[in-house]
Write a protein that binds this ligand. Structure first.
Ligand code: ATP
Length: 256
């Protein structure tokens, strides 16, 4: 059997006595669309912040592609292939969609400013490749016609797409999606769910999704992990999780 892409083992983190994560263990295989759900305060965002290196857990282990990443700086974790989107749209409003995506893509350009001045040939080639990649991603996410538009005035649902596009421009192996359909209407939610499924199956990008919209989660996820008060109370297929008595009691009774 191949090594899982992400292995979370016995992860624990407390804030002033509050156990935000309490011995959480699970692993995600390459290519999976994996969801983490649970009531408010269950520890979902804390988990994301531990994986992306923003929080340092008190104990446990996080292995990515077989390598321990716990204690690694956030920019190195991003460079290693873990990208994330945020619960609240976090894009620069005065930038155009193209500028926004190029900025993300820049992380992958090998030439720095000085190298760019000395070896402008390679730098120019990389810039052209970056533009090509940005255009491809924008087209895939239905943003092709909006590349020259400023992000600020765009509708919320489109801004969420720009955020997704930005993370895809980093060519991640693992994408952490923090409430990708929060604040979206029914139609936008259905479109985003279809896009995430496509990106997962067509580009083979493994996804870890946190989301409160249960019909969306259950419709697109391969497996679902349920947290409650920082502890894992279930880990199974969507069909099994919706029938789990502990999950219904802790969360789904209210969410469905
Ligand atoms: N920086 C922090 N300082 C203190 N307590 C925190 C901090 N971050 C999270 N917590 C606490 O840790 C627990 C888990 O919070 P977390 O935000 O991870 O939950 P969540 O599942 O993401 O909730 P939601 O669905 O509302 O986003 C909560 O009790 C929260 O109050």
């Amino acid at each position: 059997m191949s090594t899982p892409l992400l292995e979370i083992e016995d992860l624990a983190l407390s804030f002033a006595g509050v156990r935000a994560l309490d011995g959480v263990t699970f692993s995600i295989d390459e290519g999976e669309l994996f969801a983490v759900i649970g009531p408010n305060g269950a520890g979902k965002s804390t988990l994301f912040n531990c994986i992306s290196g923003i929080y340092r857990p008190g104990s446990g282990s996080i292995r990515f592609g077989g390598t321990e990443i716990l204690g690694t700086a956030p920019h190195r974790i991003a460079k290693a292939g873990i990208a994330r989107t945020f619960q609240n749209v976090d894009v620069f409003p005065a930038m155009t969609v193209r500028e926004c995506l190029l900025l993300a893509r820049h992380q992958h350009l090998r030439s720095g400013a000085l190298a760019g001045m000395i070896r402008w040939g390679r730098s120019a080639r990389e810039e052209r490749a970056a533009l090509r990649r940005v255009t491809e991603v924008a087209d895939r996410l239905g943003l092709g016609d909006l590349l020259g538009r400023e992000v600020g005035p765009l509708p919320h649902g489109v801004q969420k797409r720009v955020e997704l596009a930005r993370s895809l421009c980093m060519e991640p192996r693992l994408l952490l999606l923090d409430e990708p359909v929060a604040g979206m209407n029914h139609e936008e939610t259905a479109e985003m769910a279809a896009t995430l499924s496509e990106v997962n199956s067509d580009l083979g990008i493994t996804m870890l999704l946190v989301e409160h919209d249960m019909s969306m989660v259950m419709g697109i996820s391969d497996r679902v992990c349920v947290l409650d008060f920082g502890r894992r109370i279930a880990l199974d297929t969507p069909a099994a999780v919706v029938r789990d008595a502990a999950v219904i009691d802790a969360y789904l009774g209210g969410a469905l």
